[in-house]
Design a protein around this ligand. Structure first.
Ligand SMILES: NC(=O)c1ccc[n+]([C@@H]2O[C@H](COP(=O)([O-])OP(=O)(O)OC[C@H]3O[C@@H](n4cnc5c(N)ncnc54)[C@H](O)[C@@H]3O)[C@@H](O)[C@H]2O)c1
Ligand SMILES: N[C@H](CO)Cc1c[nH]c[nH+]1
Ligand SMILES: [Zn+2]
Length: 430
């Protein structure tokens, strides 16, 4: 292991110091932002020519037709194994069933002389970014596209960077077909975000862009967010586990590493009141990591943002967790249901030793795009609501307005807005 600390131990610290030690400085890279800005301006000015130039530069691909054809999708259906297709289909069914419970509904308040309402409509056209490279996840396609389609998005456009040979990972195309994506384009990075924002000769502009990506994609989304809607900017993955002395150290080590393998900046934290468990988990980490293909990423993540925190009690572990507001939280204690009832902030909670986090990543139904970096204190998992918008409705009859005109005029006058007051009073002048 080259002398690097496998994972840091934190003990004998007060709660706020532990939270400080575990809070991450997410690199809001200015460099990525400058690069993304230049690419966006270029795509805005030169459209497809710029898109193709950046695809050649960053992905090494020469693309004749930006849009994925039906025959490419049919071919992907042939290439992907029956077993994987069945697994994706079952996952899709679970995700659909869960998300069908979500979403806001229109409502109306009908009184005898007025009518008020909230009208909920789907966002008409949405672009979804699907990362390429080592994070080309068909599960993320399902998690993004299914809630969009449940909301009623008419035109759901997926963009993803091509491989150097100009193809897209077949399982991404299969997942997109299962989820009902309408169009797929071979473009990624900031150029893809720019194309969705401003439109090009081939790609139509959308009203909202969702989906995770690397620092260039995240920077581009932030830059265009004054022009199009964006979802949350999800950062590197995080897992926190609260466990007591009864928990299985092998399971805990495995679960910590399941998130650490996402990338070098992922965070994996165990909070326990048991020294013996902490030691056993550390040994399991060292043992199991040897068997894993992404060993070097896991070791880097554990050494940078991994920690085993020995707390005085499970109560203290709960308090620290509520301050951290982790993306994923596993509860592996004898009284897990009681502990879960006291969690105020977490993206997703997994209870008991047979609900490891990857069950949620792939299969159970809840969304795996979750708030990271403490934002679970105010933000929520991606949901059907992210693909809806609301309009309010007011209807007053003549009688209704006449009855309330003095109150309205009074408030307008208090604000010094006499034109507002006039728009009311003019209707009743004889
Ligand atoms: N939170 C989630 O649910 C979730 C799911 C999947 C992936 N992710 C994250 O998405 C990210 C995927 O990153 P990725 O890089 O594999 O794929 P990506 O598709 O996000 O980025 C690839 C693109 O980045 C651009 N790029 C690369 N180097 C560049 C440079 N020097 N200058 C300008 N642009 C450049 C290129 O256009 C390239 O096509 C990871 O950070 C991963 O953790 C998160
Ligand atoms: N755990 C990731 C979100 O933090 C999502 C994911 C996709 N594939 C596997 N995991
Ligand atoms: Zn994951």
């Amino acid at each position: 292991m080259g002398g690097r600390t496998l994972i840091q131990y934190i003990r004998n610290q007060n709660k706020s110091d532990v939270v400080k030690m575990l809070s991450r400085n997410v690199d809001d890279s200015n460099e990525a932002s400058l690069v993304a800005k230049a690419i966006i301006e270029d795509v805005k000015a030169r459209g497809d020519i710029a898109v193709n130039a950046y695809t050649k530069k960053f992905d090494g691909a020469t693309i004749d037709d930006l849009q994925v054809s039906q025959s490419e999708i049919d071919e992907a259906m042939q290439v992907v194994s029956v077993d994987l297709k069945e697994a994706l289909q079952e996952a899709a069914n679970n995700i659909r069933k869960y998300h069908e419970q979500q979403g806001s509904n229109s409502y109306f308040i009908n009184e005898k002389d007025y009518r008020l309402g909230q009208i909920v409509k789907p966002i008409a056209n949405v672009g979804m970014y699907v990362p390429g490279g080592r994070a080309a996840y068909p599960s993320t396609v399902l998690m993004t596209a299914i809630p969009a389609k449940i909301a009623g998005v008419k035109e759901l456009v997926m963009i993803t960077p091509p491989k150097a040979d100009g193809t897209i990972q077949p399982s991404l195309l299969v997942a997109a077909a299962f989820a009902g994506v309408d169009k797929i384009y071979k473009v990624g990075g900031a150029q893809g975000i720019a194309a969705l924002t401003y439109g090009t000769e081939t790609i139509s502009k959308v009203a909202k862009i969702v989906g995770p990506g690397n620092s260039y994609v995240a920077a581009a989304k932030k830059i265009v967010s004054s022009v199009v809607g964006i979802d949350m900017v999800a950062g590197p993955s995080e897992i926190a586990i609260i466990a007591d002395k009864e928990a299985n150290p092998a399971f805990i080590a495995a679960d910590l590493m399941s998130q650490a393998e996402h990338d070098e900046d992922a965070a994996a934290i165990l909070l326990t009141d048991s020294e013996a468990l902490a030691e056993a988990v550390k040994m399991e980490l060292a043992k199991q990591v040897e068997q894993l293909s992404r060993k070097s990423i896991i070791l880097e993540a554990l050494s940078k943002n991994g920690a085993i925190v020995i707390t005085n009690s499970i109560d203290e572990a709960i308090d620290i967790t509520n301050e951290l507001a982790p993306e994923h939280l596993e509860i592996l204690t004898t009284n897990a249901v009681d502990v879960y009832g006291r969690i105020e902030s977490a993206g997703a909670i997994f209870i008991g030793e047979y609900s490891p986090e990857p069950v949620g990543d792939y299969f159970a139904g809840p969304n795996h795009t979750l708030p990271t970096n403490g934002t679970a204190k105010f933000a929520s998992p991606l949901s059907v609501t992210d693909f809806q918008k609301k309009t309010s409705l007011v209807y007053y009859s003549k009688e209704a307005l006449e009855m309330r005109k003095d109150a309205i005029e009074l408030i307008a006058e208090e604000e010094g807005l006499t034109a507002h007051a006039n728009a009311i009073s003019i209707r009743f002048k004889r």
